[in-house]
Design a protein around this ligand. Sequence first.
Ligand SMILES: [Zn+2]
Length: 225
Amino acid sequence: MNRRIILIMLTMTMAANPFILQAQPSLPGPLSGKVIVLDPGHAVMDDNDRVINPGARARHGAWERDIALAVAEKMTPLLEAQGAKVYRTRTSDNPWRYGPSQPGDNRSRAILANVLHADAYIRLHCDWNRNRHFKGYTIYYFHWGSRGLAEAVDRAFAQAFPTHHDNGLHRRTFVSVTATMPTILVEMGVLTYKPEAKEFGNDTYQQQLAQALSSGVVDYFFKQH
Ligand SMILES: [Zn+2]
């Protein structure tokens, strides 16, 4: 599917679901005038309301898609309070509905961030691993222009979660080759590691994740001035 068609589809989606793109007017603050797009991963729905990209799940526990959404919803007022305009690719009322192929889907999310002239695009995920001992958070980026944002969020996580393992920064194409703004994909922790899987379902912990992510974003833009 070419870019033009994707763009037309996105425009139609935006018109049909104004709440996906709901953004409050900017307040004065360190993020004043900045547009942030949050992409809580997974839970893509088809036209029959079937989830076609469910994401990972902790054993007997929380789904990655629900954790990512909860953290994005908690981040939104925090970033808005700092003056940012915040858009989310999906909310609890408005699922993301785009194509069955994963590369096409990721591309269309990135094009949405481009169309919105985002200053930062943040993709939220939870990790999964065959090795039950694999733990901690990992920050991915692709374009070199995203490295500063990745570093700032990594620093914020290290400060907020000193007992969690920092798997460091990694450069991977899956973050997005399409997005033109600083873009990161954050694996906030590991669903197959029991202690972290337990924490993920906890509202207070989700709030701490949202706070760490938001303070990383503020730190990144603050240092740009
Ligand atoms: Zn994921």
